[in-house]
Design a protein around this ligand. Structure first.
Ligand code: SF4
Ligand code: SF4
Length: 380
């Protein structure tokens, strides 16, 4: 027997599914969706589950993550029930449920918690900088002297291991819901199937988000990819190439490290401007119709991170020591909440959840096929 949660619809309304009660189940959205398939049919099925409060069924479905929020269903819905917005709200709901710490629901459902947590992490970072910074040279810019690389590296490692571990635990909880179906799965998946599907699905979907290309609005695919690559390049610079990136040296303009930094900045600023413009103007595209407070939190933190990073470079190459050190401290104070709050608990986590959901959907299909052929054999 499936458990019904009568409060479910209220929760997902708080997460952005404002209009879903208007649905009269005509199925136009599923027919129009370019990503809906026989095995994974959505969004109508998810709408029915949501209206009935079948929370476990939703958590056991990969479908919310197979939607790339192109908005085509919302645009064609005769009842203006915003099915695309519901799929987005279900992803937020799933993110809350996968999170083992209980912080994700607070981030999604409480504006004051988000605000206080952001301020707390920023203040904590500034306090750490105050106590741990190196000598302040004012005659010239010595960034790596002010912020010694070995200390920043320790911060990088702590954040990477801590957030990576949390994210992996959450991915495992997603696996339990979707593939193991809360312990109800009977078929065993051979190791070679796990490995073969992993190799086939994860890198392709993580690095190219290839399914997005089936959507009508390909511009979102490109914008999404530009942001991901901008983010990826910034990650490589501040984690793998930190010694060369956070340095006392002054590189010529065409130095590869500077070029990589500028490309990353341009990519991120482009993505931020597209998203902020759409959300502010609520452009005709339905994906911008409703913005959740976490969408704005992500955009604002990403914008401040990119802008302060750019100003560190400008002040350094204008030979302004104090302006460089202060801006760099502010930059770190913004980066910390962006990473700590967004990577395992909120919007950023979808970068990991979506490719894993596609992988888990394949594993789930495998178990269902094995189970149905066993049932047929038993019946015969
Ligand atoms: S969301 Fe709209 S298109 Fe989809 S089933 Fe409901 S009424 Fe029909
Ligand atoms: S938003 Fe696009 S991908 Fe998502 S359910 Fe609607 S049509 Fe399908």
């Amino acid at each position: 027997m499936e458990r019904v949660n009568p409060q479910f619809i209220d929760t997902i309304k708080k997460l952005g599914a404002f209009d879903i009660n208007a649905c009269y189940s005509c199925g136009t959205c599923t027919a129009i969706c370019p990503l809906s398939t026989g095995e994974n049919s959505f969004p109508r099925k998810m709408i029915r589950y949501s209206l009935l409060g079948l929370e476990e069924k939703i958590l056991g479905s990969p479908e919310p993550w197979l939607c790339y929020y192109c908005g085509e269903c919302t645009e064609t819905c005769p009842r203006e029930a915003d099915p695309g917005g519901l799929m987005m709200a279900l992803r937020r709901f799933a993110t809350m449920k996968y999170d083992v710490t209980g912080l994700s629901p607070l981030i999604y459902l409480s504006k004051s918690f988000k605000f206080i947590a952001t301020l707390f992490l920023a203040a904590l970072t500034l306090v750490l900088i105050y106590f741990l910074h190196g000598p302040i040279v004012t005659s010239e810019v010595k960034l790596a002297t002010f912020a010694p690389v070995h200390i920043t590296e320790i911060g990088d490692i702590v954040i990477l291991i801590g957030l990576g571990t949390l994210l992996l635990i959450n991915v495992y909880r997603m696996y339990r819901h979707i593939v193991l179906r809360g312990g109800k799965v009977k078929a065993k998946i051979p190791l070679k199937v796990y490995i073969a599907e992993f190799i086939k699905i994860l890198p392709l979907n993580f690095f190219t988000q290839i399914k997005f290309k089936f959507c009508e609005r390909k511009k979102y695919w490109i914008t999404h990819l530009i942001i991901v690559y901008g983010y990826g390049m910034a990650f490589i610079l501040v984690v793998l190439l930190l010694k060369w990136f956070q340095t006392d040296e002054f590189y010529p303009f065409m130095h590869p490290i500077r070029i990589a930094g500028y490309l990353s900045t341009v990519a991120l600023l482009y993505g931020i401007v597209v998203m902020a413009r759409g959300r502010l103007k609520k452009e005709r595209d339905p994906v911008w119709k409703h913005s959740h407070s976490t969408d704005w939190m992500f955009l604002i933190l990403l914008f401040l991170t990119t802008l302060t990073g750019l100003f560190v470079d400008v002040f350094k190459y204008l030979h302004l020591p104090m302006a460089t050190y202060i801006t760099y401290s502010i930059h770190l104070a913004v980066v910390t909440p962006l990473l700590v709050l967004e990577v395992p608990f909120a919007k950023w986590s979808h970068l990991a959840y979506r490719p894993f959901a596609i992988y888990f959907a394949r594993l789930k299909e495998y178990t269902e096929k094995v189970e149905s052929s066993e049932e047929l054999r038993e019946a015969a």
